[in-house]
Design a protein around this ligand. Structure first.
Ligand code: C2E
Ligand code: MG
Ligand code: MG
Ligand code: MG
Length: 284
């Protein structure tokens, strides 16, 4: 009897595992066609300047319009894209899409708008991003290089190989900006902050989350902001969901805020609408 039970349990688990492996294979094969089927879309989330409350930046975030599942978030698919190498092509696509869109918005609506583009460590390995081509594409679109912010993660900084440094140097030398994303979630040794020459530090959601509840999280945030400023980085607080969080961050001298309080990531059309409304209000 116990043997039977064991066998059943075994087959139950193996079925689960088989299903998830099959799901993953299915997703991979669907993702192979998603680019050519034009199922990917770039969403934009506003980033506001704490001094004025105005949208001055945005972050470009990948979405997948799946024919059956609807809008798919990047969490799972970015990981698959990294594992399979598809992230190179997808990353290139997000970059080109965003640069073209930004050039239009800066001409038509808001000349000082800047947009952050996420990059994965996998895009900095051999055969990854062609940094010279990216720099040239921005120029060809008539865009100031400083309008593009490349978001990198702590793990990339720690890897620090020549193929990483040379790309980051190419970006920096062109005038493009660098942001350190998800700060505090990696193996944050503060010592590397002085070497990285990042323009922005993005405090991760997990730190912002509790600042309105606990003294400790608040003072941690305060410290991170002060240290960032010592290294001449501007601070973007991620995941701002409440007005109490927003005013605490403002008091702590954070420079910019991003989060559901201001807006969720939205499609290009809706983001454009936000910019137009703001322009109407500002210009009276
Ligand atoms: P991230 O770069 O840290 O982006 C911020 C994430 O926080 C986004 O999730 C955004 O929707 C979410 N978020 C913004 N405000 C709030 C808030 O107030 N509360 C909460 N709970 N969440 C908030 P999303 O869009 O699901 O993206 C997840 C991650 O996927 C990104 O994290 C980024 O690491 C990665 N990713 C997205 N697009 C790309 C891409 O084009 N290329 C690469 N390499 N990675 C990407
Ligand atoms: Mg990011
Ligand atoms: Mg982030
Ligand atoms: Mg994050």
């Amino acid at each position: 009897l116990s043997k039977d039970k064991g066998r059943n349990r075994y087959s139950y688990f193996s079925k689960q595992m088989r299903t998830s492996a099959l799901n993953r294979m299915q997703t991979i094969s669907e993702m192979r066609d998603a680019l050519s089927e034009q199922q990917y879309e770039v969403f934009y989330q506003p980033i506001i300047d704490f001094k004025t409350g105005l949208i001055v930046k945005a972050e470009a975030l990948l979405r997948w319009n799946h024919p059956e599942k609807g809008l798919v978030s990047p969490a799972g698919i970015i990981e698959i894209a990294e594992d399979t190498g598809m992230i190179i092509e997808i990353g290139d696509w997000v970059f080109h899409q965003t640069v073209e869109q930004l050039a239009i918005w800066r001409t038509k609506i808001q000349p000082n708008l800047a947009i952050g583009i996420n990059t994965s460590p996998a895009q900095y390995r051999d055969g990854g991003i062609d940094a010279d081509k990216w720099v040239e594409f921005i120029r060809a679109k008539g865009l100031d290089h400083s309008a593009i912010v490349i978001e990198i993660t702590e793990s990339l900084v720690l890897e620090s190989s020549p193929s990483i440094t040379s790309r980051l140097d190419t970006f920096r030398n062109s005038g493009m900006k660098i942001a350190l994303d998800d700060f505090g979630t990696g193996y944050s040794s503060l010592s590397y902050l002085k070497d990285i020459q990042s323009d922005y530090l993005k405090i991760d959601y997990s730190f912002v989350k509790d600042i309105a509840e606990g003294k400790r999280s608040m003072s941690l945030c305060n410290k991170i902001i002060d240290i960032a400023h010592i290294y001449n980085m501007k601070v973007i607080a991620e995941g701002v969901e409440s007005s109490s969080q927003s005013s605490l961050l403002k008091q702590a001298n954070a420079d910019f805020g991003q989060g559901y309080l201001y807006s969720k990531p939205v499609n290009a059309k809706s983001f454009e609408q936000l910019l137009i409304e703001q322009k109407t209000v500002v210009e009276g």
